[in-house]
Design a protein around this ligand. Sequence first.
Ligand SMILES: [Zn+2]
Ligand SMILES: [Zn+2]
Length: 312
Amino acid sequence: MKTWLAVMAFILALLGGFAWWGLLDGAAPASGDGVFTIAEYRALVAADAPETLPTEVRAEFVGESQAPSMAAMAGDFGPARTFTYASFQIVAPGGDTIIDGAVDAETLKAMSAKGRFDEASYRRVLAATTEAGQVLITHEHLDHVMAIARHPDPEALAPRLRLTRPQLDALAQHAVGGALAPAIAAATPLELDSPTHIAPGVVAAPAPGHSPGSITIYVRSTEREYLFIGDIAWVMDSVREARGRPRLIGWIVPGVDPDRPAVLRQLRALHDIAAAEPDLVIVPAHDAPYLRGLIAGGALREGFAPKPPPPA
Ligand SMILES: [Zn+2]
Ligand SMILES: [Zn+2]
């Protein structure tokens, strides 16, 4: 009898340990020093003439779905989270910068049977990418690339692409039939070994961890500073609490967080930056209520800018 009790206790302890390890533990390390060098990003745009800086940042919410809170942040027992699939437009006098290509209807359907898709919004994203000065993605995952990998006019899009080699290499798997349009496959890769000036007020920096091709994008507009962090955090609470995704997500969803320690260091760094720089607008890709809050507060505007009328 005693032996059975001991065996049961051992099994329960093992299960408890596994649940903690797989679902509950997401603590970031104590230091994220040197991970994001905001002073360096600021120095890179310091010489940009004020009249060339971006004037506003706009967002298109192309799709939406629900996810369990525990999937977004380890140990979170809260209600389901609403994820948005967005694209951002940095509006600037010398040419807009588009960040991320969101999902198309088919991709969202495959990701979530109950997802809500906005066809008109997706069409505005497709149109904006072929009018932009440059098109960037925060990373190469399927919910950030469809307006690029499946663009109906690849020849018009290709010269505007600023994608890194790891991002370009991962794009074909998202193209219809697994083959990229030749113009996109042949796009010149963006060399991004360190923080790099992309356009007036815009700096991109490598940030591998959530995926090999993950980058962050710093934007200095005439009004504010922004840091686009892609999927380093799925919800802003991850930054506020310095707590990452559960390990189980990395097994269930292939390709998520191949370098989890790097992601946790980045979260610590973002947590510290958010505390030290309360005016810097941190923009995670998917946190719908938080992004709606940025719109309500005026840091983002909803809907891409309509195309200016042709000169008379
Ligand atoms: Zn991702
Ligand atoms: Zn994503």
